[in-house]
Write a protein that binds this ligand. Structure first.
Ligand SMILES: Nc1ncnc2c1ncn2[C@@H]1O[C@H](COP(=O)(O)OP(=O)(O)OP(=O)(O)O)[C@@H](O)[C@H]1O
Ligand SMILES: O=C(O)C1=C[C@@H](O)[C@@H](O)[C@H](O)C1
Ligand SMILES: [Mg+2]
Length: 262
């Protein structure tokens, strides 16, 4: 990789975090616009906004962006860089590879629940935040060469996807990026399901109830088939196969926990 890579995305999407990992792997320098802002003004974005307001912050952010656009390496931007039309124009006119790190608002809120350095987050209600996320999301999408879905991926996986995109420009990559995120979300849910299964096993043990309850299993399958009957992606056979895997894994775990074989 030789030219500039610009990471854009909402607050907490991981631009700074992934930028560091990407810089490490590819041996490129990293410039974080928020850090550069602090170096230039001697105030953090939070201090600057508190003292001089958002408008002045955006003007200064534009000046810093403009002066760094030919940086030979990775630029991690601040989440609000797309708020200004001037910044959007600067990014559009640059020859940089623009990567949109996309994440869900739920993920952002979870990651930044204890944050106290992002003034924009503090001053917005949940509705304002949702509107801001929607509005900026359109700009991130329009400005970027590729969208990397980051939900439930670790920073190294995300950095590797960026490298793959820069090396291959494969049309399949953004789609696979979505699939890889969804697979991780599915396994997170499966893991949560096993947490509940553990509780179920404890209750069954106390009640001396049988681990395998075929009636309940039949009921679950039937309800799922009914609920997904209008969904052409989910066939009855898929429900059978996936539920068989989940049921047999759960039964095995419950038996191991209760230490008896039914
Ligand atoms: N892929 C990830 N998985 C889990 N946690 C992450 C991931 N990426 C970032 N985080 C965590 O989310 C928080 C915010 O990350 P980071 O500062 O990189 O966001 P940012 O996109 O640079 O935000 P900003 O726009 O405000 O600069 C950090 O605590 C970081 O450790
Ligand atoms: O999303 C935003 O508007 C901001 C994000 C941060 O990176 C900082 O640039 C600043 O706190 C503003
Ligand atoms: Mg950052």
């Amino acid at each position: 990789m030789s030219k500039t890579t610009i990471l854009i995305g909402f607050m907490g999407a991981g631009k700074t975090t992934v930028g560091k990992v990407l810089a490490n792997i590819t041996n490129q320098p990293l410039l974080d616009l928020d850090d550069e802002f602090t170096r230039g003004t001697k105030l953090s974005p939070k201090e600057f906004m508190e003292q001089l307001g958002e408008e002045e912050f955006r003007t200064t952010e534009t000046r810093i962006l403009k002066s760094q656009l030919d940086f030979d390496g990775i630029i991690s931007t601040g989440g609000g860089v797309v708020e200004s039309e001037l910044n959007r124009q600067l990014i559009r006119d640059s020859s940089a590879q623009v990567i949109y790190l996309k994440t869900s608002l739920a993920n952002v809120l979870e990651r930044l629940s204890h944050d106290n350095v992002r003034p924009m987050l503090r001053k917005m209600s949940v509705i304002d935040l949702q509107n801001c996320w929607n509005r900026r999301g359109i700009f991130y999408q329009l400005l970027s060469n590729v969208t990397i879905e980051t939900t439930n991926k670790n920073p190294t996986k995300i950095a590797r996807e960026i490298i793959d995109f820069e090396q291959q420009h494969d049309e399949l990559l953004p789609l696979r990026s979505q699939i890889d995120s969804l697979d991780r979300q599915i396994f997170n849910l499966v893991s949560q399901r096993f947490d509940v299964v553990r509780e179920v096993a404890s209750v069954k043990e106390q009640l001396h109830a049988s681990v395998v309850q075929t009636e309940r299993m039949d009921e679950v399958r039937a309800e799922l088939k009914n609920d997904f009957s209008d969904n052409s992606n989910i066939s009855e056979q898929l429900i059978e196969e996936m539920m068989n895997i989940l049921f047999s894994s759960s039964i095995q775990r419950e038996n191991e926990q209760i230490k008896k074989v039914d």
